[in-house]
Design a protein around this ligand. Structure first.
Ligand code: GDP
Ligand code: ZN
Length: 342
């Protein structure tokens, strides 16, 4: 079995070969293996069926696929295939197919199901490359506690996170940069953007190119506007992104991928709300590891079991006092430690 499962790295290598051997503008040859299976990505789950965008489709269409019975028998169907999984499909006509193989996942955004065993993870998105966390400089005001919660989720899932602060046109030049400088100091990439002035749009475009990006952030900060702004051709289906990101705001929705119409494989995924991400299930003793600036100091506390809340001789609290760790970040840490919402 193992040698039949292609992992994503080798798939990406094949893409490179295509990219170099053919002009980017020409339609890439569909990837097929010896058994005539075509490669694809799961865009959406519909019960036990999946929309799979195979290399035979153009990016606006997907095949409705079932999972091969043999695969279903091997594992728990509910966790077998997730949105974002790279799969091999046996085409059935133009619109349907059968998922025959699933590539090994490289990463995943998951939550632990409340009350279940530690290993019973619920995969929300398979194979995300990165997270993009969007806030606005104003209207609505930035929410540092929420930003830190999203960053913790990204760290807990091993996802590189980029912060985007949109609507810089609404504030005095430089004031936002000052406000978020401490995130840059601890190593986060911050993109300052405005869909009105065009600031940061090219940087965003580069960031999203040929990646699967989980987009998070409160509503009204300009996520759809930003994604629309990075389209090279603005006549192209403006409105689809808003529909995608705004859909079912107040209901539990199933995750989906949205193909951006540039590059070979640029996708965004929306996230369920921060609560559904199961942040509050994170073991408090792991929490300091998800605050990147705390990690290097954790061995310097007097008590090995230090929670960095009230204990004497605590390296984290010392770092907060000396200004090495931002007080705002430390406050976020304490809120999360105590399971407080805000
Ligand atoms: P979403 O809910 O995060 O997807 O936000 P939208 O893209 O729907 O934008 C919310 C509102 O903010 C809309 O009225 C946009 O026109 C506005 N908006 C988006 N980007 C900017 C920006 O860079 N500057 C300003 N001033 N307004 C913006
Ligand atoms: Zn401590």
């Amino acid at each position: 079995m193992a040698n039949r499962v292609k992992n994503r790295r080798s798939s990406l290598l094949e893409d490179d070969v295509f990219a170099h051997s053919e002009k980017r503008s020409s339609r890439p040859r569909p990837k097929r293996d010896s058994a005539n299976l075509v490669h694809g990505i799961v865009m959406r789950a519909r019960g036990h069926h999946f929309d799979v965008r195979t290399d035979l489709n153009d990016q606006h269409r997907a095949r409705l696929c079932e999972i091969r019975g043999r695969l279903r028998a091997e594992k728990n169907v509910d966790t077998l295939v997730a949105v974002g999984d790279r799969v091999w499909v046996l085409p059935d006509g133009d619109e349907r197919g059968l998922i025959e193989r699933i590539d090994e996942r490289t990463t995943q955004l998951s939550r632990q199901q409340p009350g279940s065993k530690m290993d019973a993870e619920d995969v929300i998105i398979a194979n995300p490359d990165q997270a993009l966390i969007v806030f606005a400089a104003a209207d609505p005001e930035p929410h540092p506690r929420m930003l830190d919660r999203f960053l913790v989720v990204a760290e807990a899932n091993g996802l590189p996170a980029t912060i985007c602060i949109n609507k810089t046109d609404l504030v005095e030049a430089g004031s936002t940069q000052e406000q978020f400088a401490h995130y840059e100091r601890i190593g986060y990439h911050v993109i300052y953007a405005s869909t009105k002035s065009g600031e940061g749009i090219e940087a965003l475009r580069q960031l999203l190119l040929d990646k699967v990006t989980v987009v998070a952030g409160p509503s009204g900060v300009g996520k759809s506007s930003l994604i629309n702004a990075v389209y090279p051709d603005l006549n192209l289906r403006v409105g689809d992104v808003s529909e995608f990101l705004h859909k079912g705001k107040h209901t539990t929705r199933s995750p989906q991928l949205f193909a951006l119409p540039y590059g070979e494989e640029s996708y965004i995924a929306d996230t369920p709300g921060i609560r559904e991400l199961g942040l509050f299930d994170i073991d408090p003793s792991n929490l300091p590891f998800y605050f990147v600036e705390m990690k290097p100091l954790l061995h310097d506390c007097h008590f090995p079991s230090c929670t960095h809340d009230h204990e004497p001789d605590c390296a984290i609290r010392r770092a907060v006092e000396s200004g090495k760790i931002s007080r705002s970040r430390y406050e976020s840490y304490l809120k999360l430690l105590h399971g407080e919402d805000d």
